[in-house]
Design a protein around this ligand. Structure first.
Ligand code: SME
Length: 166
């Protein structure tokens, strides 16, 4: 049985603890779906003030497809370049949106979302998916959160077999 830890409120400590928890949770397992599913569950149960946490995978050059997640059922396909997720892929960079209503082309899967953070997942120098986090609060995610979740994604990339994404 996995004990869901209660993590520190201080952002730097929180993210260091979250990375350590992810590493311990994944252990030697490298399966793509298993690791993304457990990462989504860990984030969901430890990160305050989220209404969606999960992954989209780049199943072809031009399209993302819904992967493991926690939260309400979500849109399945997002074109590269569209929405916050597709923009992060096209830019090959994280996208932090303080107010989703002010982001042109934001795709509203859950009407409760007010702010969003999307972090690219890379394999062999190519973006193969994204971590997508939504919050019902405006400006939920800070620069420290962006850097913390980018470091978490680096840990996930190192622990996971990403060759089978596309
Ligand atoms: N808001 C995202 C779509 C995915 S949902 O948030 C789960 C976007 O604009 O790409």
């Amino acid at each position: 049985m996995f004990h869901v830890p209660s993590l520190s409120a201080d952002p730097a400590t929180f993210h260091a603890e979250l990375r350590a928890q992810l590493q311990a949770l994944l252990g030697d397992e490298r399966d793509l779906v298993a690791n993304l599913a457990n990462a989504a569950a860990l984030i969901w149960h430890t990160t305050p003030d989220l209404n969606w946490a999960g992954f989209y995978l780049r199943r072809s050059e031009s399209e993302l497809v819904l992967g493991p997640f926690q939260g309400k059922p979500a849109c399945v396909r997002i074109a590269v370049g569209k929405g916050v997720c597709g923009t992060a892929v096209a830019r090959d960079a994280s996208v932090l949106v303080e107010d989703v209503h002010a982001f042109p082309g934001h795709i509203a899967c859950d009407g409760d979302s007010r702010s969003e953070l999307v972090v690219p997942i890379r394999h062999a120098g190519r973006v193969v998916g994204v971590l997508d986090l939504d919050s019902p609060s405006l400006a939920r995610f800070s620069q420290a959160d962006q850097e913390g979740f980018e470091a978490l994604v680096r840990t996930l990339e190192a622990c996971t077999d990403l060759r089978s994404v596309s």
